[in-house]
Design a binder for this molecule. Structure first.
Ligand code: CA
Length: 233
C-alpha cells in the first residue's frame, strides 16, 4: 500500500482548522497545519505536501501572496484555495494566481473531500512526453517544459494550464466541454453536480498568455453551447 497523502492546512480559524484535521484524518490523509500566513508559506515551500489547503484571509501573509510565492518556486504543487462564498473576486484571483481549484466556505465535508480526491488523482494524461503544440508559425507551446514562445514572447504555464492545452490539442477536430475537462483533467466524476468556475477561469488565464487579443481569441476559441476548441496550424 502506498503512503497516505500528506496535506498542509493553512487556516487561522481554530474551529475550521481542527475540523479539517479531523475530517482529513478520517479519510485517510495525514496533515500538518499552520495558523499564520508566514509559517504556512515556510511549510508550503518545503515541497513535502501532496496538497495544500490554503485559506485567503490570514494573519501575517494572505493566501494570495502565499499562492503566488509557491507558484514562483513550484508550478506543480497542488493547491486548493478556501474562499468565502460571497467573494467572487477571491475565487477568480486565487485561480489566476495558480491554485488548482477552490472550495467556498462554508463548505460541505462531502464536497471538500471530493475536490481533494480529484486534485490528488491529478491528471490522467502525462505531460512528460516530448510534445510541441504548433499554434501557427511563430507560436509554439512546449508541453514538457510547460512554456511557450508566442510571437517572440516567452510565457510559462502552470501544470493545469499545460494539461488543458495538451488535452485540447489531442482533440482539435471537435470542441471539448467544461464537463469533459473537469472529468478528464480534474478527475471529477461525470454528472457530479459540482458548481465550479474553475475551467472558465483557467481558460481565461491561458488566453491571456497565448492570445494577442484575449477578448477575441484566435487559437483557443469558444464554441457556443459546446465548449472550447484549440485551433492549430
Ligand atoms: Ca481566515
Amino acid at each position: 500500500m502506498s503512503r497516505k497523502p500528506h496535506i498542509l492546512i493553512v487556516e487561522d480559524e481554530e474551529a475550521i482548522r481542527s475540523g479539517l484535521i479531523d475530517v482529513l484524518h478520517y479519510h485517510g490523509y495525514t496533515t500538518d497545519a499552520a495558523a499564520d500566513g508566514r509559517q504556512g508559506l515556510e511549510m508550503a515551500l518545503s515541497g513535502k505536501y501532496d496538497l495544500i489547503l490554503l485559506d485567503v484571509m490570514l494573519p501575517g501573509m494572505d493566501g494570495f501572496e502565499i499562492c503566488n510565492r509557491i507558484r514562483v518556486q513550484d508550478r506543480e504543487q497542488p493547491i486548493i484555495m478556501l474562499t468565502a462564498k460571497s467573494q467572487d473576486e477571491d475565487i477568480i484571483q486565487g485561480l489566476q494566481l495558480g491554485a488548482d481549484d477552490y472550495v467556498s466556505k462554508p463548505f460541505s465535508v462531502a464536497q471538500l473531500v471530493l475536490r481533494i480526491q480529484a486534485v490528488l488523482r491529478r491528471s490522467r494524461i502525462g505531460i512528460e512526453t516530448d510534445n510541441t503544440i504548433m499554434l501557427c508559425d511563430d507560436h509554439h507551446i512546449d508541453i514538457r517544459n510547460m512554456s511557450g514562445r508566442l510571437g517572440g514572447r516567452e510565457v510559462v504555464f502552470t501544470r493545469r494550464e499545460v494539461e488543458i492545452l495538451q488535452y485540447l490539442s489531442m482533440n482539435t477536430e471537435r470542441p471539448v466541454s467544461r464537463d469533459e475537462l473537469l472529468n478528464k483533467l480534474w478527475g471529477y466524476a461525470k454528472n457530479l453536480d459540482l458548481e465550479t468556475r474553475t475551467v472558465d477561469i483557467h481558460i481565461a488565464k491561458i488566453r491571456r498568455k497565448i492570445e494577442a487579443d484575449p477578448a477575441h481569441p484566435r487559437f483557443l476559441v469558444t464554441v457556443r453551447g459546446a465548449g472550447y476548441r484549440l485551433m492549430v496550424a
